[in-house]
Structure formats: structure tokens, C-alpha cells
Design a protein around this ligand. Structure first.
Ligand code: NDP
Length: 294
């Protein structure tokens, strides 16, 4: 089946649902992505910092699909920020993915304490975009203030801002800032599936009774209900799984609709508590990681 698409601010289309591979072990990535591509996913989200871009590339090479049938997204890690460093980060990523052009390359985090370096990295993305090596560029975990500082200093508006969004943490201000600038919000941890670095004080959204009741009524699973909530509110979502049955389940969301009341009931579950790291405390020292050459 063909997946609905969203149109980025430069006219490029991205499937409304993608497949994430954070915490997918490098030696399991090829298989997970192969299953996803067989299932029908046509957008894969990886990152240099996940150390599994090579597995994504292998699955793509073996899938028997034309290169332009799959939308590939990856991220530059903070230790590769800087103009020349980020140009080189593209070479590393493209080499591991086995492609000449990457559909979407994004900055993984803002470095609020070294914003000039963040801007230099983004200018390298602009150059790669201008040269046709990228079809679109974007950012991740940029809060409204980070976006404002970026937009003041650069010329290409990011196509995507990939941020944490799930029923327990909706970030309305960040979603509104993205919308105001014509940036598509891409939801990470879309089914709230991970508990990150600190205790966010709640159990999995998959076990939430409000979501469970809606799921029972529409004859779908809690994960499917949450993914539908994102799509119906205009967000792109990138659920991760290494389990073939769940990879299929998360894709099977195009044959039902939630009502406005359902959407509002899920909106009301927001706790305001972030599961991932505070975007304002990201530094290269704290998140030191050397990204290997291709
Ligand atoms: P998700 O919300 O996608 O949840 C993934 C977890 O839920 C896994 O433990 C998975 O288990 C489980 N799961 C998946 N499908 C189902 C299902 N249908 N029923 C029950 N459990 C299920 O969280 P992620 O944090 O992985 O986020 C998704 C993607 O977002 C990442 O892979 C990555 O691409 C991106 N991301 C980006 C970040 C950033 O800073 N930019 C940070 C975090 C994520 P199993 O695999 O065992 O099946």
C-alpha cells in the first residue's frame, strides 16, 4: 500500500510515517530495516550517534528498491559540528549508508552554550543542500529560542524539527513555533516507548487506560491509536521496533480515524515532563562521542 505523504517547505515529499532505529543494535539493524521495507515503510530515520547507519545502508542495498523510493534521514552528532567538520560528517554518513545523496540531514541537538558552532554546522548543511547532496535539511531538539537564534543567522528554514512528542509530553510551545515557521514537527518516541535518562514519573503510555479505551472502541492497539493521533494532527512519526509483528502493527494505521474527542482526550494526558535530556544542557563534553569514519 502507498503511504500518505507530507510536503516539506521546499516541496519535497516525506512519508507521513517512518521507521526509527535508535537503540537498535548495529548487528540487528539490517534485519529490522529489511523487515520494515518489506512491510511498506519508505522512510528510515537513523543517526551518526546510533552507530548503525551501515546496517540501514545494507538493508537498503538488498531491498531491491529504487533509491528514490526510500526517504533516508540521518543526523549529525554534536562532536562533528563546525563548518568543515559537518561537511565531512556528510561524507561519513553517505559512505556508511552507501548513497551519494541523503534525503534529509539534520543537526541532532542545538549546543546552546556554543551556538556559533551550531550555526557553522547548519551553514554546512545549507552548502550541502545547495550542492544537491541533500534534498532537505533540518534540526532536532531545537526549542523555540534555539530556532529563533538559528533563523536569525541562516537563510534556509529547516524543513523538519524532530522533537520528543507523545501523549505524556506534547511540547505545545515547540509545536507552535515549528508551525509558525513552516517547519514540520517530527515526533520521536511517538508511542512514548522509551524511558530515557531520568525517571519521568509515569509508566508507559502504552498502558494508559484512556488510550486503551479508545483502542478497544476502534478495534486497534494503543500504539496504533497514538500513531494515528500524530498523523491526524499533522505530525510525522517514526516509531522504532525490532519485533516484526510490531513493525507491521505500527504500519497498519491507515484504515481508521480518531474523532476530535479522541484527539482531545489524548491531548489531555500531557504531563509536561520530558523523557529525554533537557535540550538546554547539551554540551559536547557531556555527550562526547567520536563518530567513526565510513
Ligand atoms: P518509540 O516510541 O518508537 O518506542 C519504541 C519502543 O516501544 C521499543 O522498546 C519497542 O520495542 C516498543 N514498541 C514498538 N512498537 C510497539 C508496539 N506496537 N507495541 C508495544 N511496544 C512497541 O521510541 P523511540 O525512543 O525508539 O523513538 C522512535 C525513534 O525516534 C527512534 O528510533 C529514533 O529514530 C528517534 N529518536 C530521536 C531522538 C532525538 O534526539 N532526535 C531521541 C529518541 C528517539 P521493540 O523494539 O523491542 O519491539
Amino acid at each position: 500500500m502507498s503511504i500518505p505523504t507530507l510536503t516539506l517547505n521546499n516541496g519535497v515529499e516525506i512519508p507521513a510515517l517512518g521507521f526509527g532505529v535508535f537503540q537498535t543494535p548495529p548487528d540487528e539493524t539490517r534485519e529490522a530495516v529489511a523487515v520494515a521495507l518489506q512491510t511498506g515503510y519508505r522512510h528510515i530515520d537513523t543517526a551518526a550517534a546510533y552507530l548503525n547507519e551501515r546496517g540501514v545502508g545494507e538493508a537498503l542495498a538488498q531491498a531491491g528498491l529504487a533509491r528514490d523510493e526510500v526517504f533516508l534521514e540521518t543526523k549529525v552528532w554534536v562532536t562533528d559540528y563546525g563548518y568543515d567538520e559537518t561537511l565531512h560528517a556528510f561524507d561519513k554518513a553517505a559512505g556508511k549508508l552507501g548513497v551519494d545523496q541523503i534525503d534529509l540531514l539534520i543537526l541532532h541537538q542545538a549546543l546552546p552554550g556554543e551556538f556559533d558552532l551550531t550555526i557553522d554546522a547548519y551553514r554546512a548543511l545549507e552548502k550541502l543542500y545547495e550542492d544537491g547532496k541533500l534534498r532537505a535539511i533540518g534540526v532536532s531538539n531545537f526549542m523555540p529560542e534555539h530556532l529563533r537564534r538559528l533563523l536569525d543567522a541562516t537563510s534556509v528554514v529547516p524543513a523538519i524539527n524532530q522533537i520528543e512528542v507523545h501523549p505524556y509530553f506534547k511540547q505545545p510551545e515547540a509545536l507552535a513555533a515549528n508551525a509558525e515557521h513552516g517547519i514540520i514537527s517530527q515526533a520521536w518516541s511517538p508511542i512514548g516507548g522509551i524511558t530515557f535518562y531520568r525517571d519521568s514519573g509515569h509508566t508507559s503510555a502504552l498502558e494508559n487506560p484512556v488510550i486503551g479505551d479508545i483502542a478497544g472502541r476502534v478495534g486497534k492497539s494503543p500504539a496504533q491509536v497514538m500513531l494515528r493521533w500524530h498523523l491526524q494532527q499533522g505530525r510525522q512519526a517514526i516509531p522504532k521496533s525490532v519485533t516484526p509483528s510490531r513493525i507491521a502493527e505500527n504500519f497498519d494505521i491507515f484504515d481508521f480515524e480518531l474523532t476530535d474527542d479522541d484527539l482531545a482526550a489524548i491531548d489531555a494526558l500531557d504531563t509536561g515532563k520530558r523523557g529525554g535530556p533537557e535540550p538546554d544542557v547539551i554540551t559536547r563534553e557531556r555527550f562526547a562521542l567520536t563518530i567513526p569514519e565510513a
